[in-house]
Structure formats: structure tokens, C-alpha cells
Design a protein around this ligand. Structure first.
Ligand SMILES: [Zn+2]
Length: 72
């Protein structure tokens, strides 16, 4: 797996939509590639933030919209 493949799978990894083989490949790549690991951490924390905001519905709509724009 190269860095492009890895980055492309972040979304589905965070959403737990990858199969076991893909997860293993991704984890192996992240362990050996600090830039991708950093990028993954960033994406994962953004997603968690959005999920928390949307689930609890505590954030103002404008804030949620801004987060969505960052992610898309
Ligand atoms: Zn990489």
C-alpha cells in the first residue's frame, strides 16, 4: 500500500467500513509512515468531533456546517 491508497481509505477506516485485510494493510502502513499516521489522527479527531456534535445536537447549526465543509 502506498501513501495515496492509505489516505484514500481513511474515511472508510474511521467509519469501520473496511474489511479485515484492508484494516491490517492500513495499520501496517500507518505504523511505518509517520506522515500518514499524523494525517489519520487529524481526520479521525475531526470526525469524532463532528459525530459528538451531531449526535448530541449541542452545537449550533452554523458550527456543524463549518465542520462539514472542512471535512468535505
Ligand atoms: Zn504513507
Amino acid at each position: 500500500m502506498n501513501c495515496n491508497d492509505c489516505v484514500e481509505k481513511f474515511d472508510r477506516y474511521v467509519d469501520r467500513e473496511l474489511n479485515n485485510t484492508e484494516v491490517l494493510e492500513l495499520k501496517l502502513h500507518l505504523e511505518g509512515c509517520p506522515p500518514c499516521a499524523d494525517q489519520y489522527e487529524f481526520q479521525a479527531s475531526l470526525k469524532r468531533l463532528v459525530k459528538v456534535c451531531c449526535d448530541k445536537d449541542t452545537a449550533p447549526a452554523a458550527f456543524r456546517e463549518k465542520l462539514r465543509q472542512i471535512l468535505l
